[in-house]
Design a protein around this ligand. Structure first.
Ligand code: GLU
Length: 415
């Protein structure tokens, strides 16, 4: 895979729509710069008694619309540039979905597969110790992302509450249900993405029943995307993969069986009636819907021409680079952009914050209905603008999001 800088790709999208929005150069310059960045060292005691220091980041990209919001990733190849790009995406995502929140992202350079549970807990608590005065319900609210989960969010909320000397459930979202987590948060990103696909499929004349779907990634987002595809929409999931590779079965995979094996062994196994497939092969399958649900930059100028899917739904953040986007556009492939498609996670995180701040509890059905309404309204706003101006869904989504951020900056007298 070529060396891809997510932040540059995001800035390229901003430039493209800054022209349409006729933004003044100084306003564009503010949008292209993170407001605050923190680099921290996280020394922890390892199980063998030695001390090891990990690197951590938190980027608070823009808080014009409210407290910043965004996940924390644990990844061995984490870089500040990626976190910057992801924090910018969170800013546009919250603004596009009309949430009263800014955007942020955090990361720790580590390999969770090489850490014990106790080491993981100490590392997660160390992250909060290092940043506790910079986060909080009215400052910046972290959440899960790649290789972090509800259990880790529970530890982080506990550490924050202990240091602050009060129960501060609203400081972190994506927590376990027993400590202020929200119903519907676990599969919110995938579910929200499917609600957008459902709307787009009507416009594009794709029948979801038996539609062929390939999903790259089998973490929280990818595995829930597969489960929902088969169970609610009756799609045929023909291929899935994780970081090690994937499996294909043209008649459709037994998704519950794949989940069972992944839970038990930590990996996707190839059932006797299916074949193995590489991540690269999965991307170029002839399917109706391709869902990249893992890393950024997987569809790039080097492989975009081989994509045969009619519709790409970006459940991951930044899976299609700006260079690849131009090629896909020429091929007539429709891309449902990340900030539209994967907003379900942060939307339900926002519902979680509201419940925590009001000491309230909403039931799952209510949350699903509210999520569906927000996702379909966002899709319709984006689709209408795209049709009116003859632009792509990504350009329309960025245009709406950036206008919302600029309006807030202007109302606050920043520009
Ligand atoms: N990490 C998720 C995202 O990229 C969710 C963020 C949140 O819930 O704050 O959108």
């Amino acid at each position: 895979m070529p060396d891809i800088n997510l932040f540059e790709s995001v800035l390229d999208h901003v430039c493209r729509c800054a022209v349409d929005l006729k933004l003044l150069p100084n306003v564009e310059a503010i949008l292209k710069m993170p407001m605050r960045e923190y680099h921290v060292s996280l020394p922890i005691r390892m199980d063998d008694g030695t001390i090891k220091a990990f690197r951590g980041f938190r980027v608070q990209y823009n808080d014009a619309r409210g407290p910043t919001k965004g996940g924390i990733r644990y990844h061995p190849e984490e870089t500040i540039d990626t976190i910057r790009g992801l924090a910018a995406l969170m800013t546009w995502k919250c603004a596009l979905h009309h949430l009263p929140l800014g955007g942020a992202k955090g990361g720790v350079v580590c390999n969770t597969k090489e850490l014990s549970r106790a080491e993981l807990e100490r590392l997660s608590r160390a992250y909060i110790k290092a940043l506790c005065h910079l986060i909080g319900p009215d400052k910046d609210v972290p959440a899960p992302d790649m290789y972090t989960n509800a259990e880790i969010m529970g530890w982080m909320m506990d550490e924050y509450s202990r240091i602050m000397g009060r129960s501060s459930f609203g400081a972190i979202t994506g927590k376990p249900l027993s400590v202020g987590g929200s119903e519907g948060r676990e599969d919110a990103t995938a579910r929200g993405g499917w609600y957008v696909i459902e709307e787009a499929a009507k416009d594009l004349g794709i029948a979801l029943k038996d539609a062929k779907v390939a999903i790259q990634g089998f973490g929280n987002v990818g595995s829930n995307a597969a489960a929902l595809a088969a169970s609610i929409f009756g799609c045929r999931v023909v291929a899935v993969s994780d970081s090690r590779g994937g499996v294909i079965r043209r008649e459709g995979l037994d998704v519950p069986a794949l989940h069972r094996v992944k839970r038990e062994t930590g990996r996707i196994a190839t059932p006797p009636d299916a074949s193995s497939i590489s991540n690269e092969e999965l991307l170029s399958l002839d399917v109706d819907i391709l869902i990249p649900a893992a890393l950024e930059g997987v569809i790039h100028e080097g492989n975009a021409e081989r994509i045969k899917a009619g519709l790409i739904a970006e459940f991951a953040n930044g899976p299609v680079t700006s260079g690849a986007e131009r090629i896909l556009e020429r091929q007539g492939i429709v891309v449902l952009p990340d900030i539209l498609c994967n907003g379900g996670g942060v939307i339900v995180s926002y519902f979680e914050m509201v419940q925590n701040l009001n000491l309230d509890r909403w039931d799952e059905e209510f949350i699903h209905a509210k999520l569906r309404k927000k996702m379909s309204e966002a899709y319709q706003e984006v689709r209408d603008l795209a049709m009116r101006h003859g632009i792509t869904l990504r350009q329309a989504a960025y245009t709406i999001a950036i206008k919302n951020v600029v309006d807030a900056m202007s109302a606050r007298g920043w520009v």
